[in-house]
Design a protein around this ligand. Structure first.
Ligand SMILES: Nc1ncnc2c1ncn2[C@@H]1O[C@H](COP(=O)(O)OP(=O)(O)OP(=O)(O)O)[C@@H](O)[C@H]1O
Ligand SMILES: [Mg+2]
Length: 214
């Protein structure tokens, strides 16, 4: 059985794109394909002009570490490390020299956590942890930040602050976000909404056939 069939769309830099649809419709499958964690049996995923479907496994890992940022439902912080150390991890993994501790602290300021820099990651609240996850997702200045239900574990008020933060970071940094969410109402106006239904994608209510070009 196909989880997704004939799905194709393009995303421009700086856009906030939502992927919505009922449980089991294929949202995470689609996000994992854009995130190069899963590969389509047919078709292409182009990111920044690179056809990722032609890359080797090593090239995919390297591309993912350098060009993509991830935010999950649970913040997945390493609890033995400080907030700052968690944010520096993607830099170390990518072997990137583009970002530094100063960038990490600047991002922590931008997400409102300048007073939590040296705190251990298990000593902060769920909402704060998701702010750290956002900063961690942004540290490598990725082409796309991919988020799978980033507010799925938060209360309504905290969800709204996290949504507002992602939207404001998108604007401030001209940063592309692709977000799977059950929380459509908290997002208000966004650039694109892709609805997955029965493994097919519909963009902003219009049926469309689309290659994934990001
Ligand atoms: N790699 C895969 N290949 C084929 N089918 C898959 C694969 N991964 C998941 N599925 C199936 O595809 C369907 C969509 O799963 P997916 O996890 O993408 O749904 P979802 O929309 O994210 O659901 P939820 O809102 O519950 O998280 C499910 O029936 C699932 O069992
Ligand atoms: Mg899912």
């Amino acid at each position: 059985m196909k989880a997704l069939d004939d799905v194709s769309f393009s995303i421009e830099q700086g856009e906030v794109v939502l992927i919505v649809g009922s449980s089991g419709s294929g949202k995470s499958t689609l996000l994992n394909m854009i995130g190069l964690l899963d590969s389509p049996t047919n078709g292409n995923i182009l990111i920044d002009g690179t056809n990722t479907t032609t890359l080797s496994d090593n090239q995919i890992s390297s591309f993912r570490n350098k060009k993509l940022g991830f935010i999950f439902q649970f913040s997945n912080l390493l609890t033995d490390l400080s907030v700052l150390e968690n944010i520096l991890l993607p830099i170390q993994i990518a072997g990137s020299e583009l970002s530094s501790e100063k960038d990490a602290i600047d991002l922590l300021k931008a997400v409102g956590l300048e007073d939590q820099v040296y705190k251990r990651a298990n000593k902060i609240s769920g909402g704060q942890a998701q702010r750290v996850a956002i900063a961690r997702g942004l540290i490598n200045r990725p082409s796309i930040v991919l988020a799978d239900e980033p507010t799925g574990n938060l209360d309504s008020v905290t969800s709204q602050t996290i949504v507002d933060l992602m939207k404001s970071m998108a604007k401030k940094l001209n940063q592309t976000f692709v977000i799977v969410t059950h929380d459509r109402q908290h997002f208000g106006e966004v650039d694109k909404v892709i609805t997955i239904k029965d493994g097919k994608a519909f963009q902003d209510e219009e049926a469309s056939t689309m290659e994934i070009t990001v």
